[in-house]
Design a protein around this ligand. Sequence first.
Ligand SMILES: Nc1nc2c(ncn2[C@@H]2O[C@H](COP(=O)(O)OP(=O)(O)OP(=O)(O)O)[C@@H](O)[C@H]2O)c(=O)[nH]1
Length: 341
Amino acid sequence: MKTLNSPEQIENHRKRLLLSSFAFLGCIFLGSFGINSLLENRLYLGVVLLVFMGVIIVFALKARKTEHVQSISIFLSALLYLLALYLLVMGGNEGTGAYWTYPILMLMILLVGPHTGLFFAVLYLVTSIFVLTTTLDFAYDYEPAHKIRIFASTTALLVLIITSEWIRFGSYSAIAEISKAHQNFAATDALTKLLNRHGLHSALTRHSLKSTAVVALLDADSFKTLNDNYGHAFGDNVLITLASIIRQNIKGSDLVARWGGEEFLVVLLNTNLTDAERLIDKIKQEFSSFSFQHEGQTVHASFSAGMSELDDVNKFEPSLKIADERLYKAKEAGKNTVKMD
Ligand SMILES: Nc1nc2c(ncn2[C@@H]2O[C@H](COP(=O)(O)OP(=O)(O)OP(=O)(O)O)[C@@H](O)[C@H]2O)c(=O)[nH]1
């Protein structure tokens, strides 16, 4: 079975299952009642039921192949509304049509959810008041007491199903929010609030590069010494500051992640090595001239970087390897350096 990754996919899956089970039930009930009505010479009713059965089957099959099933669901709910109204007005077989409106109305709301479902429910109640209180020549002649019972039980059913749908939708929205928060949490580095490795990988797979991008791997210089001399909290502050300087200098569409302890990875989109080097150099200047304070003393930090080109998301790992090799060269060249070859 295909894995359902988002609440939206789960909701679409629920509707698909609902349509399939209704198509199955529809074949049994609409089919047998339709054929029976034809055999008993109730031509219109028989044709309506059989045509409806066909429509449901076609749409249930179509929904299996469609990603977003809401438009199909709204269309089917409108047809279900008309079918329920038809059964109420014409009375089906000797007035029993009204009984069949109950499952039909239930499905009409389950298919579209609480918001659109409320619209259909109110529409049905208003039209059924009109139908039950007006004398129509072609309509089934219900007993007055029967009319009141039909209306009262329909109202009770619709109120219950709409309420339960609102509750389901409320819990579903809460779960969706929690799930989103967990996804963000799993993709974010706690210290710098940048993406973490996992977050960058997933963000990158969502991108299809329109033109060349550049991968830059930045590594804070002599960070162990900074930690040893000024403490871990000071080191943390240096990392937070570097993260913030990078973020301020890149475009919203670029990606930046904390790659490891004191290592940051930047993916600059739609650019080339020359322009990207200019930008990383600017970040380097800004960072190295930043004055950190420690017990009245001013401390400066720096980073080294290696850069490489990326023309295909699938070639990320080889590009990263090249950037890493160039970062190593930058460290060997005396640190506080950017290497792009
Ligand atoms: N404060 C702080 N330090 C960290 C964190 N993550 C890793 N480090 C430290 O970063 C230091 C990295 O040290 P090394 O890998 O030896 O690198 P370096 O001292 O920067 O040396 P070069 O890379 O050659 O410049 C280690 O001492 C880690 O403990 C963190 O989240 N906060």
